[in-house]
Design a binder for this molecule. Structure first.
Ligand code: ADP
Ligand code: MG
Length: 142
């Protein structure tokens, strides 16, 4: 599914609509260059699931947790891999351990990483088209 948005607010609305399809236990890879809108998307998703904290980029903390309340979903884990040089550094984080039925994991995934480390994930690619425009592609994998 491909969607074009014309503002950060529209991208957050796409995230809100997408959030309504989640049941808990999903892993979502947000793939795109710096400034593509990955954190913006996460902000809309956390808000739609009832999170009240403002989503901040986890670039320096690597991983942030947000309590939410949407049926079975009680937690969003937001990860940013931009600090990492390559996939070899990743297993130390034991990310699959964070995957739980009450949790949705969102991982900002740099374009430089070749393949996803998650066994199954929903890939969301955000592409910078012009200053205010982004192309968003949502693809389930695994
Ligand atoms: P990333 O996490 O991918 O590095 P951010 O979400 O932090 O990106 O930043 C995206 C920037 O682009 C924000 O400043 C946002 O306001 C701006 N922007 C402009 N148009 C859009 C759009 N259509 N969708 C998302 N962000 C947009
Ligand atoms: Mg970001």
């Amino acid at each position: 599914m491909t969607i074009t948005t014309n503002s950060a607010e529209e991208t957050q609305q796409v995230a809100r609509d997408f959030a309504a399809t989640l049941k808990g236990g999903e892993v979502i890879s947000l793939i795109g260059d710096l400034g593509a809108g990955k954190t913006t998307f996460t902000r809309g998703l956390v808000e739609a699931l009832g999170g009240t904290a403002r989503v901040k980029s986890p670039t320096f903390t690597v991983m942030n947790e947000y309590p939410v309340n949407a049926g079975a979903i009680k937690r969003v884990v937001h990860i940013d891999f931009y600090r990492f040089e390559n996939e070899n550094e990743l297993p130390a984080l034991s990310l699959e351990d964070e995957r739980r039925p009450d949790t949705v994991i969102l991982a900002e995934w740099p374009n430089i990483f070749k393949e996803n480390i998650f066994q199954s994930a929903i890939n969301i690619t955000l592409r910078h088209v012009s200053e205010g425009q982004r192309e968003i592609v949502i693809t389930p994998t695994g």
